[in-house]
Design a protein around this ligand. Structure first.
Ligand code: NI
Length: 174
């Protein structure tokens, strides 16, 4: 397993639409495991492949609480096939938008069709935090960040701060 560098906004690679995997083979399984290791290290509860610069439709999640056994979830080509009419609002964050959080409203429940790590097609019914996280991670595969759900004003304030932080870090490294 290997730790992968996590891209942070603004970065053009985070705005790209990722391609489906042809099949979940050994290469994709390694990517899933590397993404989980990277996510645990960060630490975070979800990670999408484009966040590590791989433009493939692969996401991983683990919503286990501190002290609980790990519950890694791996999805290839996840596709939302149903969403509930009612919304729920969570204060979201993202490893690619470090140190910024904002309320985002999304459908409270959803169903997602996907390929598991053995290339078997499955469907999962999700509600609560799992439903929100799945939608957040699947958004990444279409180049959408949680800040894209905010008003342009709020989004631009966050992007300006992120850009400034990047410049400061680059200057400190010189
Ligand atoms: Ni994210």
């Amino acid at each position: 397993m290997a730790l992968l560098p996590i891209l942070t906004a603004p970065d053009p690679r985070l705005k790209k639409v990722s391609a489906p995997v042809k099949a979940v083979d050994a290469t994709v399984r390694t990517l899933m495991d590397d993404m989980l290791e990277t996510m645990y290290q960060a630490p975070g509860i979800g990670l999408a492949a484009p966040q590590v610069g791989v433009l493939k439709r692969v996401i991983v999640l683990d919503l286990a609480r501190e002290g609980e056994a790990p519950q890694p979830l791996k999805f290839a080509n996840p596709e939302i096939v149903w969403v509930s009419d009612d919304d729920v609002t969570y204060n979201e964050g993202c490893l690619s938008v470090p140190e910024h959080y904002a309320d985002v409203a999304r459908p409270a429940a959803c169903r997602v069709r996907y390929l598991d790590e053995n290339n078997q097609q499955r469907e999962i019914a999700a509600e609560g935090l799992l439903a929100t996280c799945l939608q957040h991670e699947i958004d990444h595969l279409d180049g959408i960040l949680f800040i894209d759900h905010l008003t342009a004003l709020k989004r631009n304030i966050i992007l300006r701060k992120l850009l400034k932080a990047k410049k400061t870090a680059a200057e400190a490294a010189m």
